[in-house]
Design a protein around this ligand. Structure first.
Ligand code: AMO
Length: 435
């Protein structure tokens, strides 16, 4: 028997006979009456079983079920002022879809703090928690908003190879694979390909794809497989043109997620702060000064680690800014494809930081063939390994620039998650290859 198919967000007392589907979250047997909390993707519904009014086999069937079993229940709606929905269902038909094994590997509604490892090992259960599921629904809203804003701004979505013959982001984080007896690698980024496209007339492209880094660091912001959102645009005057596009994109994403994800944000108890562009810009040298004024002893050329990023994050937070660019890093700390700043030791590079963490880096690229090859040699790379790439610079390459945004980090910072893994369904890191 089937009544009106309803979920916990649409059900009304007036529906009279309804069919609901979900997981048995809890069963309370009080002798003459039993209560079942049925959870569906939108919330919970109370199923009430007065022993005298419910058919015996339905009663037995339901009250002997294990938590998290899946059922389809048809029943009569009754007004109730004891439940959040203001109604309960008295079953007249039950279909048990699957009976859950016991004990459960982890609880769903229990208020105990479960370790990240246990949660990730049992991710299919973890995601049954409404707050966890909300993160992934918000992620989906975010991804759609990115595609929308990029397309609206004339960018063409592309996909480039993830099995590659040479890496762009340094040998230390390359995953080597055996490719029919030859050495190949998992792509660390679409860098070389998105740049090659700049010579084709496809002069505004974006890609959202997995990127792989053999990253040995076991931190709350590094994973070995992440989703990289890359953009590249030609005919730029300077890196500022690239930064302006990022501002348009991030601003749109924050607004869309706030607007379209209201329900999920409420479940998470979060409010997204929208910081209107333009985002503040600090140069690398200014950051060194800010950091050293706080008693640290950084030298020009030193890299910023987690600690330094946090100092700058706190400094910007004190000015009410969560999002800010850091520009003009030393050339030596940036990859070969970034353009040097005229005759200085700095570069036309930038990072976008969000609440004290780098979420993006980019810059103007070196589009002049000779200089590009020199930059490669300076970085101790063999230009012969990159001929497929440098060829695209030989026969007419416009000035161009772009960025890579770590989607997982953007989500983490936007929602103030503790760990980048919180926003990844099935994360991969040094010690995790399953599920
Ligand atoms: P970069 O190496 O800085 O730049 O990476 C760009 C962004 O990707 C994210 N990211 C990561 N996220 C999680 N785990 C990791 N191990 C990880 N590594 C990187 C970060 C980072 O800011 N080709 C250039 C971009 C460009 O210039 O267009 C690049 O890949 O959010």
């Amino acid at each position: 028997m089937i009544g009106l198919i309803r979920d916990s967000s649409t059900i009304k007392v007036d529906d009279k006979i309804v069919t609901v589907k979900g997981w048995i979250q809890d069963i309370k047997n009080l002798g003459g009456i039993s209560f079942i909390t049925l959870r569906d993707k939108c919330g919970t519904i109370q199923i009430t079983l007065p022993k005298k009014k419910v058919e015996e086999n339905i009663f037995r069937n339901l009250v002997t079920l294990t938590r998290e079993s899946t059922v389809i229940i048809t029943g009569e709606t009754k007004k109730s002022d004891q439940t959040a929905l203001g109604l309960e269902i008295v079953p007249i038909d039950v279909k048990v879809c699957s009976r859950a094994d016991t004990p459960l590997p982890m609880g769903i509604v229990d208020k105990v703090n479960v370790e990240m490892d246990t949660r990730l090992n049992n991710r299919f259960i973890d995601i049954r928690r409404p707050d966890v599921r909300s993160i992934f629904e918000l992620r989906s809203i975010m991804m759609k908003s990115i595609v929308d804003v990029m397309t609206r701004n004339g960018f063409v979505q592309v996909h480039t190879p993830k099995i590659v013959g040479s890496g762009a982001e340094g040998g230390a984080t390359l995953f080597k694979i055996d490719y029919f007896g030859r050495s190949a690698y998992l792509a660390q980024s679409p860098q070389l390909y998105k740049q090659m496209l700049m010579s084709t007339g496809l002069d505004r492209v974006f890609e959202i794809s997995p990127a792989f880094r053999a990253e040995k660091s076991n931190t709350n912001r590094h994973v070995t497989e992440f989703i990289s959102f890359d953009g590249e645009l030609a005919w730029i005057d300077s890196q500022k043109d690239v930064m302006s596009v990022i501002e348009i994109v991030i601003d749109h994403v924050l607004k869309e997620v706030s607007e379209k994800g209201k329900k999920q944000l409420e479940i998470l108890g979060k409010k997204i702060k929208i910081q209107s562009p333009p985002y503040p810009v600090l140069t690398y040298s200014e950051c060194i000064e800010i950091i050293n004024n706080l008693g640290v002893n950084l030298k020009d050329g030193d890299d910023f680690g987690t600690k330094e990023e946090k100092i700058i994050g706190d400094y910007m937070a004190s000015k009410g800014k969560d999002l800010y660019f850091i520009t003009e890093y030393p050339s030596a700390s940036k990859p070969f494809y970034i353009m040097n700043k005229d005759d200085t030791s700095y570069s036309y590079s930038f990072d976008l930081d969000f609440k004290g963490q780098e979420i993006s880096s980019g810059g103007q690229r070196e589009h002049r063939f000779d200089r590009l090859v020199s930059r490669m040699k300076e970085s101790e790379l063999d230009p012969n390994d990159f001929v497929f790439y440098t060829n695209a610079f030989k026969y007419g390459m416009p000035p161009h620039g772009g960025w890579g945004i770590g989607i997982d980090r953007l989500l983490t910072k936007m929602l103030d998650l503790q760990n980048v893994r919180d926003g990844i369904l099935f994360p991969r890191d040094v010690s995790r290859l399953s599920p």
